[in-house]
Design a protein around this ligand. Sequence first.
Ligand SMILES: [Zn+2]
Length: 182
Amino acid sequence: MSDNGQRPKNNLIILQRGEPVLAQVANPVTDINSEQIKQLITDLKITVAEAKGVGIAAPQVGESLRLFLMCSAPSERYPDAPLLPISVIINPEIRSTSEQQALGWEGCLSVKGKRALVARYTSIDVSYLDEAGTKHNKTLTNFLARIFQHELDHLDGITFIERLNNENDAIDEQQWRETYLT
Ligand SMILES: [Zn+2]
């Protein structure tokens, strides 16, 4: 604990699917420079690193705000992920998409122990604000486009399970590991 009125850095609890906040449409961030948002970004960075995720959205820690982090790096679960610095994505929009979609394996910190093949657009034009409030317009492709679409879904109350034709198309992580990791 600190006695200067600031919260200590936190590894936040990641909520699991079924929590109402994960099914809500999140609110736009109105004051990027507020202490609340700065603290949330700090806490999310710690939390996603501890969880070894490639992304995390504010609703996953109970904050119904349009903010997520992308932190792509190769890992056991995502061996082909590009290594990139962590990105803070605020009030994101997808401005246009490719016609083409591709299937790829996804998991989610809020759907523990499950993986599924999910169809996502292979290329998307996006806009968002970073943590300094600077606006970015970018084209994202492949894995980064996939992370962006997965995390943006969280801001609209959707987990990857809702993207499946059948909930049973999700398989146990252990089964996935044995089948697809050599
Ligand atoms: Zn997720």
